[in-house]
Design a protein around this ligand. Sequence first.
Ligand SMILES: Cc1cc2nc3c(=O)[nH]c(=O)nc-3n(C[C@H](O)[C@H](O)[C@H](O)COP(=O)(O)OP(=O)(O)OC[C@H]3O[C@@H](n4cnc5c(N)ncnc54)[C@H](O)[C@@H]3O)c2cc1C
Length: 475
Amino acid sequence: MDALIVGSGPNGLAAAITIARAGRSVRVVEAKSTIGGGVRSSDSRASPFIHDHCSAIYPLGVGSPFFRSLELERLGLEWIHPEVPLAHPFDDGSAAVLHRSIDETCRGLGEDEAAYRRLMEPLVSHWESLADEILRPMLHLPRHPLLLARFGLLAIQSATRLVRHRFRGPAARALFSGLAAHSFLPLEAVASSAVALLLATLGHAVGWPFPRGGAQRITDALAAHLRQLGGVIETDCPISDLRDLGNSRAVLLDLTAWQLARLAGSGLRDSYRRRLAAFPHGPAVFKIDYALDAPIPWRAEACRRAGTVHLGGTHAEIATAEGSVARGLPAARPFVLLAQQSLFDPTRAPAGKHTAWAYCHIPRGCAIDATEAIEAQIERFAPGFQRCILARQVSAPANLESANANLVDGDISGGGADLWHLIARPTLSFVPYRTPRRGLYMCSSSTPPGAGVHGMCGFHAARAALGRELAGGGN
Ligand SMILES: Cc1cc2nc3c(=O)[nH]c(=O)nc-3n(C[C@H](O)[C@H](O)[C@H](O)COP(=O)(O)OP(=O)(O)OC[C@H]3O[C@@H](n4cnc5c(N)ncnc54)[C@H](O)[C@@H]3O)c2cc1C
């Protein structure tokens, strides 16, 4: 066997496909009985309500240059684009809205119409070149230096600074702050704008879709493609020691930095292992899946047309909530991310019934039950929500980690994404996928470009292995 991939998350499968496409033999081993890692959903044969276990909304999936090259639609993947990608409601019953169209988005932002256009239009109109620059290791020779510099000068700012300098009204400030909260950083942190700019650009350039039938459809399409290329996938195969990896020419680990540090034993240089073990953890996630008797009764009409809803109110409130989590205290009013796929995908629930997926950030190591706080935020913008609940499935950080060992302490990002750890991910190197042990690579979201379902970590790691261990003929 030319290559062994440990872990069948989107990055593991992307690595395997890249290697198989180059004509090399590849085997994927997965610890769990189902494949997909952060891209799995419940089986409709078990319950007619289909819930996404982890990820749910895929701007990075549909925008990923690697996924696009696979034409997964030919293997049964169907992206559903909700009428409105994102709505952000306020207490007065209004909402800020991210539409696919920049014009429509600007029109809803009143006094910040021109400022939003100035900020976003240059990025959106060059999305493909920008993707080429930012969905890879930060240390590289840019092909579009001016575009990258424009993005970099904005992205390096804290979200709080950017909204105060660019926007005057509460709607644009709150909309941008909700997007920035996806970074898991406090909004005052350097570079907390980066994720917001990326997600807004994607919203306009490619949308925020989800797959018909559940997240598993993405994984199924990736796995089908891999098998067509001759790749093999084995489930129920946990790897607990680097010595169990056999003798393939290259091994690519879809595992976090901390797992590699744990598995390595004496198989890796001590100084490297210590750096992996010290890779910072991000905050944890507390998640709830709902089966609902009716659509969520949002007060703001735009929320009833949106695939994703951000619940956190004003910029100041979101900054307080995320700042509190970063200081180790659960937020009294957490910022909640909510998806309501069944409004647009009838396969997700029985006729007339619905699903919702919601989570908030909580401090690492904090054992609170955030159910009440999450539901208070939903109820605040959708009075009567609680009367719609038929059932809820709560996933605390420990539940997330037991379903996927990569989610160490409920961190869903493969490690902190502050500016330094975006550059040195997991260590400072032009080829950060390579470990000091010849033939051993990392390809998870602990490597660039980091978290999200895009497969780009796996793609770049596989390219690194193909350029070295797998160069020349296959086995
Ligand atoms: C609750 C939640 C919500 C999210 N929402 C979104 C979203 O809406 N959009 C988005 O783009 N991203 C989202 N993400 C993030 C996204 O899911 C991850 O960034 C992505 O899945 C990372 O992919 P990966 O391949 O690096 O690792 P993973 O998807 O974590 O896959 C790793 C795989 O390795 C396996 N594994 C672990 N240890 C071993 C071992 N020792 N031996 C063998 N196999 C092993 C695991 O079982 C797993 O299958 C979310 C994540 C979570 C948890």
